[in-house]
Design a protein around this ligand. Structure first.
Ligand code: ADP
Ligand code: MG
Length: 685
């Protein structure tokens, strides 16, 4: 008998080639196949009288062919088959392009179902290239709600449809039911078999809604439970006890006073550090809210207690900058700061390793290089990761793993919509920096198209003449070599263009493919004010602090997520001078325009995050695959907010009543969570 774990090539009709195609879609087992949900549906269930069919909508009509189909060639390579059909209400003309065989497939006097978009001109009604099927033949492509799947080369809709049918028939009975029955009953959620059957082959729209609701709930509920499970786990974990220190001493050394929000966040963390349990806290604060200072204060406390802290940044440039900033803040207290990035020479790395062994470093700042297997951290007491959304849950875990019981502070500048944060950070305690340091001003933001190029260039010149500096960001597509290559060229060629347009200015370019030394040199020169205009790919996206920069220009702004644009905008407006952000885009579509207009209207990161989630969905919001969160199969975190809340409430209540999930009615849930968490990847299957 087939089981859910079987490879899909056990299905009749799936050979090696098709199995490979399915693999590209992430489908390996029968279970994957059942979880490969349709992307959308076509309503081919209702047959509409021709006279009532509405212009522009796809419908099914049931009609008799009135004449013999005529084949004509209107020009080379363009063949038409035309005929007229009618039902009791009216007539329609049907045309097939370049499908000359249709002439012999359609017969005068016979009745067919045609499914296609209606085109109405006055009283004249027509359809082009409709799907057709002989009336009563029911091959399955009309007369029902038809699922439409995501495809790739080597697969057709029909392949997927038939495979899913076989999969459901052989294994649907084996699907487990992780949601306790009591909850399912209360929320009137159908059982697994019904849900999987009807998400693929809905018997009607109410059934589809039921199925979807159940699967969305299940997905969100499992995620919420998994986070609870992690939290329960971590509450057991002891952490080094840090004696409370007088942070005022640290504050007193600063050239400014910390904001109330910063002080609050630091003291919340200090409570954790003194509690005997390992801290696991998220510090969330909009761009420029001053998270680095909090990190510095906690590293200071850590060092005062004789422990070492590690600080992980997502890019070399950021690590560099943090290192510099923290050095300035902490060296006066005699703290020894080390730096570890991928670009260090083998000798430099050896040096760092031996200093670590000898406990000669109080704070180690670095990139992913901190995670290298051959490095250990004796005396590690605190782990800080910056810009959390760039690290997966796994990477976080890897660094924490360097010392099981180290305290953990995660800093994120991406304000996550509250509803979502509730679940995603369900395993973390959260501090929020909801206040910017005084004297910040709103960055004037404008969306323009490239007709403004000349005015924009004059504006650049004006900023430079006033002694200020300018960032220009060109898009780069993450994770794709080819496309990276393309847009790198665009950053470089745009630099040339600008140099030609503004010969008086010193213009430099920095991008991810440059050697570290070169990047560093350019960034450092920019920070020193020796370069007026810095053209870059998004390597400067996070964190870089150049208060003298007053203009941020983003090219092809439509290619960026709102949250990302907001981050970029945060690079300016850090000094006293009025600052601007110009989003250049020639995108014509309404959606792109709406998105950019959100940024022009508000500077509030939370509001932008909510909008971003609503407009683009969570996948894009977090950036491809980097969020380290499970991919959602059905749930749309933007649209399913009510279910999200319900799922969270139910999960909380369940863990409240049965923290260990030891009740028999929770056994299936416990098993599923164990599998999820063991897989480490936190994927839901
Ligand atoms: P982010 O939260 O985006 O990481 P940073 O830590 O880079 O923000 O801080 C942004 C800027 O604000 C830095 O130049 C920092 O020195 C400055 N800053 C931080 N806290 C304060 C404060 N309380 N008062 C004035 N300036 C501050
Ligand atoms: Mg920062």
């Amino acid at each position: 008998m087939a089981t859910l774990k079987d490879n899909i090539n056990t299905i009749k009709g799936i050979g090696e080639k098709r199995a490979q195609a399915f693999a590209r879609l992430g489908v390996f087992t029968l279970y994957d196949l059942l979880c490969f949900f349709p992307r959308r549906y076509e309503d081919r269930s209702v047959i509409v009288p021709i006279a009532e069919a509405v212009d522009g909508y796809a419908v099914c009509i049931l009609a008799v062919v009135a004449d013999d189909p005529r084949l004509s060639r209107i020009r080379r390579g363009m063949e038409l088959v035309k005929f007229r059909v009618f039902d009791a209400s009216g007539a329609a003309d049907i045309t097939y392009f370049n499908q000359s065989w249709m002439k012999n497939n359609i017969h005068r006097g016979e009745e067919y179902i045609f499914y296609g978009k209606i085109d109405r001109k006055g009283r004249h009604c027509s359809m082009t290239n409709p799907v057709f099927e002989k009336a009563g033949a029911q091959s399955g492509s009309t007369g029902r709600i038809l699922p439409i799947y995501r495809l790739c080369r080597g697969l057709t809709q029909k392949n997927v449809l038939q495979s899913v049918r076989i999969g459901l028939d052989s294994c649907a009975g084996q699907l487990s039911e992780p949601i306790p029955k009591e909850i399912r009953d209360r929320l009137t959620l159908p059982d697994a078999q019904f849900a999987y059957e009807n998400i693929h082959f809905p018997s009607g729209f109410p059934a589809l809604d039921q199925a979807r609701k159940k699967l969305v709930f299940e997905e969100l509920f499992l995620l919420a439970c998994a986070m609870q499970y992690r939290k329960a786990d971590r509450l057991e974990k002891a952490g080094p006890v840090f004696q409370k220190q007088d942070v005022e001493r640290f504050y007193a050394s600063l050239p400014f006073s910390p904001t109330n929000a910063q002080q609050r966040a630091v003291s919340e963390a200090l409570q954790d550090l003194a509690s005997g349990k390992a801290m696991n806290r998220l510090l969330q604060g909009d761009v420029g809210s001053g998270k680095t200072l909090c990190a510095a204060a906690l590293s200071w406390v850590c060092a005062q207690n004789g422990y070492m802290a590690a600080f992980m940044a997502p890019t070399e440039i950021l690590a560099e900058q943090h290192c510099h900033t923290l050095q300035k803040l902490l060296a006066p207290f005699g703290m020894r700061i080390g730096k570890l990035t991928g670009s260090l020479t083998a000798k430099e790395k050896r040096q760092i390793r031996s200093e670590l062994e000898a406990r000669e470093i109080d704070l180690l700042v670095g990139t992913h290089a901190l995670l290298s297997e051959n490095i250990s951290y004796p005396g590690l007491g605190l782990v800080i990761t910056d810009e959390q959304h760039r690290f997966g849950v796994q990477q976080r875990a890897a660094l924490e793993g360097k010392n099981e019981n180290a305290h953990v502070l995660v800093m994120s500048a991406t304000p996550i919509p509250r509803t979502l944060a509730l679940i995603i950070y369900g395993d973390l305690d959260v501090s929020v920096l909801d206040e910017l340091p005084p004297g910040r001003q709103t960055v004037g933001t404008f969306a323009v198209d490239s007709r403004y190029r000349e005015r924009l260039n004059r504006f650049i010149l004006k900023q430079a003449e006033n002694g200020h500096q300018v960032f220009v960001v060109c898009p780069v597509i993450e994770d794709s070599e080819e496309e990276t290559g393309l847009s790198l060229k665009s950053a470089e060629s745009y630099t040339e263009e600008l140099r030609a347009a503004l010969p008086a200015l010193k213009i430099a370019c920095v991008h991810g493919k440059m050697k570290q030394k070169e990047k560093d040199a350019v960034m450092a020169a920019f920070a020193r004010g020796e370069i007026a205009v810095l053209v870059s790919t998004t390597v400067i996206e996070v964190g870089v602090d150049v208060p003298n920069a007053t203009l941020m220009i983003v090219e092809n702004a439509e290619r960026f997520g709102l949250a990302q644009l907001h981050q970029l905008r945060g690079r300016v407006g850090r000094g006293a001078a009025q600052s601007y952000c110009v989003l250049v885009s020639d995108a014509q579509n309404e959606e792109a325009k709406t998105r950019l207009s959100v940024l022009c209207k508000t500077n509030d990161g939370f509001q932008i995050a909510e909008e971003d989630l609503r407009l683009r969905g969570p996948g894009d919001f977090f950036g491809a695959r980097q969020h380290g969160l499970p991919e959602m199969h059905v749930a749309d975190l933007g649209a399913d907010i009510i279910l999200l809340k319900t799922a969270k409430q139910e999960a909380d209540a369940l863990f409240e009543a049965d923290p260990q999930l030891s009740l028999p009615s929770h056994a299936a849930l416990r098993l599923r969570l164990k599998q999820m968490l063991q897989a480490g990847s936190m994927t839901l299957n």
